[in-house]
Design a protein around this ligand. Structure first.
Ligand SMILES: [Fe+2]
Ligand SMILES: [Fe+2]
Length: 159
């Protein structure tokens, strides 16, 4: 998977706009963690390891999507943005034998659509929202985004 110059520039600009610990920096950090989780799924030496890595990927994707959905997208909704969760893609992967070609093709498609989605968020939607917020609004969204992410991740790992 390669990144276009435009995608790299957009991420660099979003990183520069974010303050460590605020919601935008957390989102970018979670996008990076999700991208590395794909690397771990592919690097797994056997089916058991691959399932484990895939479970971690799924937990991150769900917790991140949940936090965005409950905290950030309501703020974007006024501008007509809707959000995609990835339950279907994750469920489809779980049903496949992780050592087959079908699985790796499906993983590839999932990663491509997720990365496309990250590019939209990082390139326009989130930096625009971040720019327009007051310090108070940013602090509120940052606290809530962090809480929702951690709560969902904890819930998923305890299951
Ligand atoms: Fe998202
Ligand atoms: Fe995201």
């Amino acid at each position: 998977m390669t990144f276009s110059d435009k995608a790299v520039a957009a991420r660099a600009a979003a990183l520069a706009a974010a303050t460590p610990g605020d919601w935008l920096s957390l989102v970018l950090d979670h996008h990076l963690q999700i991208e590395s989780a794909f690397v771990w799924v592919r690097a797994a030496a056997n089916a058991g390891q691959r399932r484990l890595a895939q479970k971690w990927l799924g937990s991150l994707v769900i917790a991140h999507g949940h936090a965005e959905e409950s905290v950030l997208y309501p703020a974007l909704a006024r501008r007509g943005r809707s959000h995609k969760t990835w339950h279907m893609e994750l469920a489809a992967l779980e049903m496949l034998d992780p050592l087959t070609r079908t699985h790796s093709d499906r993983l590839e498609q999932f990663q491509a659509s997720l990365l496309h989605h990250f590019r939209e968020e990082e390139g326009i939607w989130f930096p625009e929202l971040h720019r327009k917020q007051t310090a108070l609004e940013q602090a509120d969204l940052s606290r809530r985004y962090r809480e929702e992410f951690e709560r969902r991740l904890g819930h998923d790992r305890a299951a």
